[in-house]
Design a protein around this ligand. Sequence first.
Ligand code: DGT
Ligand code: CA
Ligand code: CA
Ligand code: ZN
Length: 577
Amino acid sequence: MDTNHQLAAIFQQMADVHTILEDDRFRINAYAKAARVIGELPTDLADIGAEVALLAKVEGIGKSTASKIAEFLQTGKIKAHEDVMQRIPHGLLDLLQVSGLGPKTVGLMWNQAGIESMEDLKEKLKTDELTALPRMGKKSLDKIRKSIAFMESTGGRVNIGKALPIALWFIDQLKTLKQVTQVQYAGSLRRGKETIGDLDLLVAAREDDSKTISDFFIQLPVVTEVLAQGQTKSSVRTEHGVQVDLRIVDPQHFGAALMYFTGSKEHNVAMRQRAIKMGMSLNEYALTKDDKPIAAKTEEDVFKALDLQWVAPEMREDHGELALAENNKLPKLVEVADVKAELHAHTTASDGIWSIEQYADFAIDLGFHTIAITDHSKGQAQANGLNEQRLIDHIEKIRAAAKKYQGRLTILAGSEVDILSDGSLDYADDLLAQLDIVVASPHAALTQEPKVATQRMLKAIENPYVTIMGHPTGRLINRREGLSPDMPKLIAAARERGIAMEINANHWRLDLRDSHARLALESGVKLAIDTDAHGPGDMDELKYGILTARRAGATAGDVVNCMSHDQLSNWLKSTRP
Ligand code: DGT
Ligand code: CA
Ligand code: CA
Ligand code: ZN
């Protein structure tokens, strides 16, 4: 985890814990603001260094926050944080993970009902006694019960957006050892799955050095528990609650080991069967024939010796990838570098923290030709959604910015229009007609019955001004189940209309999920991969959307964001009356 993320998490935790303790609002707001500002910062605070005066120059960071940051950069801790953590039972932190449970409510539960842990809460939820708490009705209790049941059904898997930075941090640490010649993450993370059971790291090194390496690994500061330490395999648990497995292999076997530990298990089984059919045998050390090694050093060598194209990790799920690889028919999967347009971004007009110009400059830096500004519609009052008059004014502003950037970047006037619970859109058609692009997404009524949800989405897709169906289930990974509409029906309707379906790249959403995106592609529906950016940092999320698209087998040709400028503008026109 990089420094900014660590610090943002610490400040957020201080804000939450002070809220639980009902401490003064002023301090809570200051910590919450610090968390927000640091989380969105484009520069790495570690690069600025532990100098209070310099840190305080960063916009949005005051003196007192700056001195805490300096303390963290010097010591790896913040005393005020450690002190406040002593004042609550740590079990309360688990409760904050429950969707629908904020720090205020957790504080009430602790003070007035003596709840100190998830176990306590579950016990109390067996009856309705918690309705005695202020603002806690039977409906709220049901929501909390549902959230807990959903969390438990996820089996402790970690979101990829949390797992990837942790893996990269470990890799950076391991790279500092001169004994390590190669290091790579494997497992479900390398396959780009939306959640990760545990992290699998693979290091190439001489056998003599493995003790030095595993000693270093288990003593890293984020390690809270050592689950196993052996000659070639060690396992630890980290302060983020993630298990990390480290395997140390001989450089000569690195490719075979990487292939094995990347999985999936099902893909490995198919590979082994193929090897056997060809009179060979495959394990985590090598591909061999009559006990003589044929290939082991790189994955490419092993695939080649089995008469296969190299299969991208995201496709290794035994979904027919070997048949494609055998016939040289694997798709050339889309990459982050193929993306030339962002079509879903929120500015300060609604709930974003960047202006139109800030997005435009950033898009130019990324080498994009187009960006669409799509603020929230009026139904999203909590996100400061725009009413009709504000949208009309905003369109004017966007047009003015577009003029200013003419020749360098196309700026499209758009909206993320709320799909209301009955499927009608939040603006009338004559207003939608003034926009270049319309992303229609559900934000509320996300517990509807599947049949009702299907009708709702179908009605939205039929609106002639919709260009992209945004995050159609509204799920939040590990947090909210969202809608379960009949996806084949939505996809058929989207195809009929010629509109795109979004893979929202935000790591909490990834909606369309991999399997839905695959269905869309199979029906010839184009994908849009957008970050739903609200400010700096958010556009880094693109990689998660790309991984999801790759898992679905998408090529650049399947993704509207990868079209050339003219293709995109023609496609947009083709979707509208
Ligand atoms: P996860 O951690 O649940 O998100 O999923 P993976 O795929 O990372 O699974 P993990 O960590 O249990 O094992 C990493 C890889 O090692 C797995 O993808 C394939 C390989 N592997 C582990 N156990 C077996 C096994 O019993 N048979 C085979 N063929 N491969 C295995
Ligand atoms: Ca794993
Ligand atoms: Ca593992
Ligand atoms: Zn949005």
